[in-house]
Design a protein around this ligand. Structure first.
Ligand SMILES: Nc1ncnc2c1ncn2[C@@H]1O[C@H](COP(=O)(O)OP(=O)(O)O)[C@@H](O)[C@H]1O
Ligand SMILES: [Mg+2]
Ligand SMILES: [Zn+2]
Length: 547
């Protein structure tokens, strides 16, 4: 007997065998049972989540000899022929390989003929976004005025690439990627039924590696069975996947969260020593941080999630902004692995970045900061780093809120440094350079690159923040124009540049940091983070001598 791959053997033949996708199944079943048939359906979703499977079940549902329903008999010749892909009235095309307009035309020409044995002629067009424009147009004609006996079922992994003309004519269903828990559950069900012994943690590893795809989870299970000579153990699966195994990534993250640099580097070393994949380690770290971020934003952990205690602990220890940055470091670190002198160095750098972004504080006045400590892990990484923490009380500045704010002595930069301006007000204040302050009228200039902070909403926020100090008559005007590098952002940039040498400079001048900061700018709400990228963009600007 030949071995049939699991993904084939376990293709669901009825709606109730599908894993996940309850929203789609319910809607389709209701429509079928109440006789509300549409003439074109579109299934979207990543690979291996059930698009083709659903298309076939739908084809059976409308062609089963026992009648149209959500429970096709599975025994009549229509059902069995559809299951085996031999049904004359079902035409399956893969648009990825048949993009030619002639083929499409030929295919659609057959639409005018009545079905041979079924109730409906069913056209299943997979990866429909791959069709050429002409082929699309040719299909559109039939789609616009389909004969009564024709049903279209389109599937695509990339619905964005479909013309609206097509989208608007289809009833669309979005299939979801499956959670690791759902995939592991399905694997358990399949392996139990196949009589293959397994260890539960092995299934969790396979499920995670499958990244949401049922097909991939089953293919990986096939490999694991072959690899383990008939049984599926966690150690073998970890080996097969080149996985790090949670036991190693967790302590690393926990050391980072505890700001224990030496401990974290030791954990990182253990990972590299074991010859495990650094890429996988970073991927695992990113996956964990993603879950931590979800929890911080109010998501509930699945009750059967074995890692929930550790996730919650990290969510409590790390602040949300820091989690975002660490995530970026992990994701970009993977990309940079190829560019690093070697994998281990690249991985070590990523770990150091995770440590350094967050060990600096933002509220200390410029001059009061010492030189960076010698240990690489305590390096201060400049403004980007300083954006990530709640400001610590500065040693010489008065405590923030209740005390009356110090008067404005005419030096805007120095003044802003002492203020606790956050969010939009803080951004405008930091990027703005003072042009004049006369008759309680403050004029700021913004460099072209930060024109967005000239918007009224930013001005209103800054004005509101300053009125308590300058009185009700205070006026603020902001224009965009030439600057002289005297904004807080620009000054800080230069200062930071001076401070950073040795390891710190290496870290800072790194193009990676720029990516990170740019990435952050797009992701973090201004109020949760002090202006990132100020040094970076402004300093570059000054160097270029931009008008
Ligand atoms: N939702 C699902 N429930 C159960 N098995 C699934 C599901 N989605 C995919 N599979 C498995 O993956 C295989 C391929 O699924 P398929 O429907 O062809 O995916 P695609 O979305 O790429 O068209 C199926 O034969 C089945 O074994
Ligand atoms: Mg498919
Ligand atoms: Zn039937």
């Amino acid at each position: 007997m030949t071995y049939q791959v699991l993904a084939r053997k376990w293709r669901p033949k009825a709606f109730d065998q599908l894993v996940g996708q309850p929203h789609v199944v319910t809607a389709l079943a209701n429509a079928l049972d109440t006789g509300r048939l549409h003439h074109a359906y579109l299934f979207t979703g990543t690979r291996g989540v059930g698009k083709t499977t659903l298309a076939r079940i739908l084809a059976k549902s409308i062609n089963c000899e026992t009648g149209v329903s959500s429970r096709p008999c599975g025994k009549c010749s229509a059902c069995t022929e559809i299951d085996s892909g031999r049904f004359v009235d079902m035409l399956e095309v893969d648009a990825a390989t048949n993009t030619k307009v002639d083929e499409m035309r030929e295919l659609l020409d057959t639409a005018q003929y009545m079905p041979v044995s079924g109730r409906y002629k069913v056209y299943i067009i997979d990866e429909v976004h791959m069709l050429s424009r002409h082929a699309f147009n040719s299909m559109l004609k039939t789609l616009e005025e389909p004969p009564e006996h024709v049903k279209f079922i389109l599937a695509t992994t990339d619905p964005q690439r479909l013309p609206v003309t097509v989208l608007s004519r289809c009833l669309q269903f979005n299939l979801k990627s499956l959670s690791p828990q759902a995939l592991a559950g399905h694997l358990k069900h399949v392996l139990d039924a196949e009589g293959i012994p397994f260890e539960e943690p092995a299934l969790a590893l396979l499920a995670r590696a499958a990244a949401g795809s049922v097909r991939d989870s089953l293919s990986l299970a096939d490999q694991a069975i072959a690899f383990g000579a008939g049984k599926v153990t966690a150690a073998q699966v970890a080996d097969m996947l080149g996985a790090v195994g949670g036991d190693l990534v967790w302590p690393l993250l926990e050391r980072i969260a505890a700001a224990d640099g030496a401990g974290a580097l030791a954990e990182a070393e253990r990972i590299s020593e074991r010859g495990l994949s650094c890429d996988q380690a970073l991927q695992d770290i990113a996956a964990i941080l993603h879950r931590v971020a979800l929890v911080q934003h109010g998501a509930r952990l699945e009750s059967d999630d074995q890692d929930s205690a550790r996730i919650s602990a990290l969510a409590g220890q790390l602040d949300a902004g820091r989690v975002q940055v660490m995530y970026q470091v992990a994701v970009l670190g993977r990309r940079d692995l190829q560019l690093a002198p070697d994998e281990i160095a690249g991985f070590g750098m990523a770990v150091m970045r995770m440590l350094s972004f967050g060990t600096a504080s933002s509220a200390q006045p410029m001059g009061a900061r010492g030189t960076p400590a010698a240990a690489p892990v305590r390096v201060e990484a400049g403004p980007a780093a300083s954006t990530l923490r709640e400001p610590e009380p500065a040693p010489i500045a008065p405590s923030p809120a209740p005390a009356p704010a110090p008067a404005f002595g005419g030096d805007w930069t120095e003044f802003v440094e002492r203020q606790n301006l956050s969010g939009m007000a803080g951004l405008l204040a930091r990027y703005g350079e003072m042009e004049s302050f006369e008759g309680n009228h403050l004029r700021l200039v913004l460099p072209e690159a930060h024109r967005m902070y000239a918007e009224k909403s930013y001005q209103d926020k800054l004005k509101a923040a300053l009125v308590p100090q300058f009185g009700a008559g205070f006026r603020l005007t902001v224009r965009v124009g030439e600057t002289n590098g005297r904004s807080v952002a620009a000054v800080r940039g230069v200062e930071a540049q001076k401070r950073l040498d040795g390891a710190a400079a290496a870290l800072e001048s790194d193009p990676f940091v720029r990516d990170l900061v740019e990435g952050m700018g797009a992701q973090v709400v201004p109020s949760s983070i002090r202006p990132a990228g100020e040094k970076d963009s402004e300093a570059t600007e000054n160097r270029r001598g931009k008008p």
